[in-house]
Write a protein that binds this ligand. Structure first.
Ligand code: GDP
Length: 195
């Protein structure tokens, strides 16, 4: 499903630039620096597919990747970068809203949460957006190698409590480390079951 057959299709900045919604897709959302590019690269087994963000918060494009002919992986721009200008943030919010409400083939959003930091207010904003757009989302914990087990449990409890308040949340989280390769197969299997 993934290996060796993932290709970059295009980066879009507006709804009318999107590829036709002719296949199932899943999207990835997360704060800048959460490890989104690394995870997409680990998932697809390609080193530089999702170009690891040069300037955090700068990339405002929604990037589409194909996996064979069967589905799209959609990389949403990282959010929550403190220095992002307000105009950029507003533009991003409009595009995100349009994308999440207007894409009939979007099957699930993966919301990436840093294992060290848990759910921040910007993550909650995204989750609320997903509720409103009725897009099921699943939390993917990233950089799990960076925290001790005890700490991870504490953070995960916080995440569980937060997602319990969101009707669009899928209750199970996926714990990953792109660095160690943890959970990448699990995520891949989840996606394979959706498409
Ligand atoms: P993005 O901005 O969300 O696309 O984040 P990146 O994938 O560019 O990663 C941000 C930083 O975190 C980079 O320095 C990565 O090397 C690091 N990083 C990403 N994933 C992991 C991980 O699983 N473990 C560790 N230890 N570092 C990671």
């Amino acid at each position: 499903l993934f290996a060796g057959e993932t290709d970059f299709v295009k980066g879009v900045v507006a709804m009318d630039g999107m590829p036709p919604d002719d296949r199932i897709e899943v999207c990835f959302a997360g704060r800048s620096n959460v490890g989104k590019s690394s995870l997409i690269n680990a998932l697809t087994g390609r080193k530089a597919l999702a170009r690891a963000s040069n300037t955090p918060g700068r990339t405002q494009e929604i990037n589409f990747f194909t996996c064979g002919e069967s589905h799209y992986l959609v990389d949403l721009p990282g959010y929550g970068y403190a220095k992002a200008p307000i105009k950029t943030v507003e533009k991003w919010q409009r595009l995100l809203k349009a994308y999440l409400s207007g894409r009939a083939t979007l099957r699930r959003a993966f919301v990436l949460i840093d294992s060290r930091h848990g759910v921040k207010s910007v993550d909650e904003e995204i989750m609320t957006r997903l509720d409103k757009s009725a897009v099921t989302f699943q939390v993917v914990m990233t950089k799990a190698d960076k925290v001790k087990d005890v700490e991870r449990e504490k953070i995960m409890q916080q995440v569980r409590e937060k997602i319990a308040q969101h009707p669009a949340a899928y209750p199970e989280m996926i714990i990953t480390s792109s660095e160690k390769g943890w959970g990448v197969d699990v995520l891949r299997a989840v996606i394979a079951n959706l498409v």
